[in-house]
Design a binder for this molecule. Structure first.
Ligand SMILES: Cc1ncc(COP(=O)(O)O)c(C=O)c1O
Length: 367
């Protein structure tokens, strides 16, 4: 069944070889990034795309209400200064070190478009966030996957010089594993690399460490963050980058003029200012994560110790795809991921205690 929001090509639309010739060959050749299932009819326990199960800070609704009262007739601030100023205070950097984006995917797109040209090289770890490779394909660029070791560390090849290497992406915590490369190691990688290293910290608020302080220490390091996960604002679309102002200045040339709308700028500004909400939410997610990890291990899964709001689970005796399918029939959605050359597993987002208990009970009846 195709979801209403399924982005895969619709098999009912007839193929047209003539219309295909209008496109750049790399667009025609690529499959396109397939986001996780987003059923729009409700009724699912949704543990497949690492959303936060709790409502966002109440400050968000107030901020949106205020913008609506003022009206939406005018264009928003193209540089989202209100957010940059508030985030700068919170993060302890200057506002011109921050670039706001329409989700952190927008930030990753801007960086790739600005740095990587046709035929040039983007490096990424494997398995990791699949979008990085798609972004290289969109540019007509090459990508190089450096495999994680079985313990989820990265070999020194990750920092090797490469022919036309233009940028390296590293999700930290990584998806799907939830594991982290320590900041000292990342600094060492960046110092050896001939190009910028973007540390994608979409999940970092659930972790013990982060790399923000490295941006001031090493000009090649950029850090991207998301408000989708730890601020419970996936539906809003807001993310940001912290990097040297000289880099931000160039990246601004590449972004859409109004890449963040007035509602999202106001909401994100309010959300990042509510530190107590973040701390409370983090504590709840971490407590449920412990429960999820213990429960999965009790059921015989191999579950990686996670620094994110999800866990990566394999099973030594059983194929996991049928488990995903059975869960879905019970209206519990988790993410089945199959990485060619690496293996498959179930990535399960940390929901509420009740959601996780329901998922564990359902799996318990299957394994
Ligand atoms: C590693 C990683 N980076 C970035 C993103 C994109 O997040 P956003 O919602 O901010 O675009 C995701 C989303 O799942 C992710 O897993």
């Amino acid at each position: 069944m195709q979801w209403q929001s399924d982005t895969r090509p619709n098999p009912q639309i007839p193929k047209s070889p003539v219309l295909m010739t209008y496109f750049r060959p790399e667009i025609e050749a690529m499959a396109g990034y397939a986001p996780g299932e987003q059923p729009q009819d409700g009724g699912f326990i949704k543990l497949n795309t690492n959303e936060n199960p709790y409502p966002a800070s109440p400050a968000v609704a107030c901020a949106i209400g205020e913008v609506l009262r003022q009206g939406l007739q005018k264009y928003p601030d193209p540089l989202a200064w209100a957010f940059r100023r508030r985030a700068a205070e919170v993060l302890g950097v200057e506002p011109d070190w921050i670039l706001a984006g329409n989700g952190s995917d927008d930030i990753l797109t801007i960086v790739t478009r600005a740095l990587v040209g046709q035929g040039q090289l983007l490096r990424l770890p494997y398995p990791s966030y699949v979008l990085y490779k798609t972004l290289a394909q969109l540019q007509g660029a090459r990508s190089e996957e450096v495999y994680f070791r079985p313990d989820w560390s990265l070999p020194s090849a990750f920092a090797a010089a490469g022919d036309a290497l233009r940028v390296v992406f590293l999700a930290n915590p990584n998806s799907p594993s939830g594991t982290m490369i320590p900041p000292e190691k990342i600094l060492e990688f960046a110092q050896r690399l001939p190009c910028p290293l973007l540390v994608d910290e979409a999940y970092v608020d659930f972790a013990e460490q982060n790399c923000l302080h490295l941006v001031a220490r090493c000009e090649k390091i950029m850090v991207s963050r998301s408000l989708s996960k730890s601020y419970a604002l996936a539906g809003l679309r807001f993310g940001y980058l912290v990097a040297r102002p000289q880099l931000i200045e160039q990246l601004i040339k590449v972004k859409d003029s109004y890449n963040c709308d007035a509602l999202s700028i106001a909401a994100a500004t309010a959300a990042i200012g509510d530190r107590q909400w973040l701390a409370d939410n983090r504590a709840k997610i971490l407590a449920t994560r412990r429960r999820l990890v213990a429960g999965m291990r009790e059921l015989g899964f191999v579950t990686v110790e996670s620094q994110a709001n999800f866990t990566w689970n394999t099973h030594p005796q059983r194929p996991v795809k049928p488990l995903y399918e059975q869960l879905k029939r019970q209206r519990i959605l988790v993410r089945y991921m199959d990485y060619p050359g690496w293996g498959d597993g179930l990535r399960i987002s940390v929901g509420t205690d009740e959601q996780i208990d329901a998922c564990l009970a359902c799996l318990g009846g299957m394994v």
